[in-house]
Design a protein around this ligand. Structure first.
Ligand SMILES: NC(=O)c1ccc[n+]([C@@H]2O[C@H](COP(=O)([O-])OP(=O)(O)OC[C@H]3O[C@@H](n4cnc5c(N)ncnc54)[C@H](OP(=O)(O)O)[C@@H]3O)[C@@H](O)[C@H]2O)c1
Length: 290
């Protein structure tokens, strides 16, 4: 048994996060005497909060929107993935010294391979969206040796910046406006389609919207929606109608959390236990909202 220690997730707001549910389930399963809590930290108080993570007994923290970039100047060290992503989702306290990691790309790839059954090397991929999550996904796909990358976004300039990341590494890439003929052409030839927009997300900009129609989705593609609330999004419904394979965002959420757990505790995370707890939390939340 490890001595009582503290972990948590910081965001603003933070009430939506199910990380406390599946991280605590993992700690309990491994008989680790630690508590994982959610902390709503105002942007003005981020530096003060990060400083508090240096205390003895604090193992570290997860970081979510809107603090993934703003925590960085308060850390002693940033690992390579986080530096490239320009964002930190995990902080580890080692004897008062804080290191920032980003496990989102790892979680994305592990879910793609293990839950989606798709190896991205050499594949034609279409990313919808160009925000923080899309940047992590693009980085992960580039590292995994994707064959071609198309990026469609409402704000074209952001998609162009992501496409440049790929072309700089010799991977053919193009940026397209969301809702355009070019998007339909890119979708038609894609083997992997990843939604990184907030469309279809509960309490998001448009809960009922899908970035692609069923007619735009090829039956041979895997459609991977990073949105996990609801579990079955409008895009995944469209993909099912098209006869395509589907993967929701909950597996990525759990695997990025499993990687964080392993960084803090230096032991294997019980990923299946975490997945069960995450699904139970989502189903309870959906039942509550009717
Ligand atoms: N499964 C997971 O583990 C995981 C991890 C991270 C994120 N996510 C999910 O991924 C989504 C994006 O997160 P993020 O952190 O990248 O957010 P973000 O940085 O705010 O980016 C939001 C993206 O959605 C687009 N968008 C927003 N409203 C739109 C609208 N009305 N019409 C068309 N496009 C719109 C934005 O386009 P513009 O550039 O034009 O504004 C941008 O591409 C969220 O739903 C989040 O929950 C899931």
């Amino acid at each position: 048994m490890i001595i009582a220690s503290a972990l948590g997730i910081i965001g603003y707001p933070i009430g939506h996060s199910i990380s406390p549910r599946f991280q605590q389930a993992a700690l309990n399963h491994r008989s680790i005497d630690a508590e994982y809590r959610a902390y709503a930290v105002h942007p003005d108080a981020v530096g003060e909060f990060v400083a508090s993570l240096r205390a003895e007994g604090v193992l570290g923290s997860n970081v979510t929107v809107p603090h993934k970039e703003t925590v960085m100047p308060f850390l002693d060290e940033i690992d390579e993935w986080a530096a490239e992503a320009g964002a930190v989702n995990t902080i580890v306290n080692r004897n008062g010294r804080l290191t920032g990691y980003n496990t989102d790309g790892y979680g994305f790839l592990r879910a793609l391979r293990e839950s989606g059954g798709l190896e991205p090397a050499g594949k034609r991929a279409l990313i919808l969206g160009a925000g923080g999550a899309a940047r992590g996904v693009a980085q992960a796909l580039i590292r995994a040796g994707v064959g071609r990358l198309d990026i469609a976004n409402r704000t074209l300039a952001r998609a162009e910046r992501l496409a440049e990341l790929a072309t700089a590494r010799g991977i053919p890439a193009a940026a397209r406006p969301l809702a355009s003929g070019g998007l339909s052409a890119a979708a038609a030839s894609a083997e992997l389609i990843v939604n990184c927009t907030a469309l279809g997300m509960t309490h998001g900009p448009d809960e009922t919207a899908s970035p692609l129609t069923a007619e735009q989705i090829p039956a041979a593609a895997l459609v991977y929606d990073l949105v996990y609330n609801p579990l079955l999004t409008p895009l995944l419904r469209a993909a099912e109608r098209a006869g395509a394979a589907t993967l929701g965002g909950i597996a990525m959420l759990v695997y990025q959390g499993a990687a964080s757990f392993e960084l803090w505790l230096e032991r294997p995370a019980p990923a299946a236990v975490m997945m069960d707890a995450a699904l139970a939390a989502m189903r309870a939340r959906q039942a509550e909202s009717g």
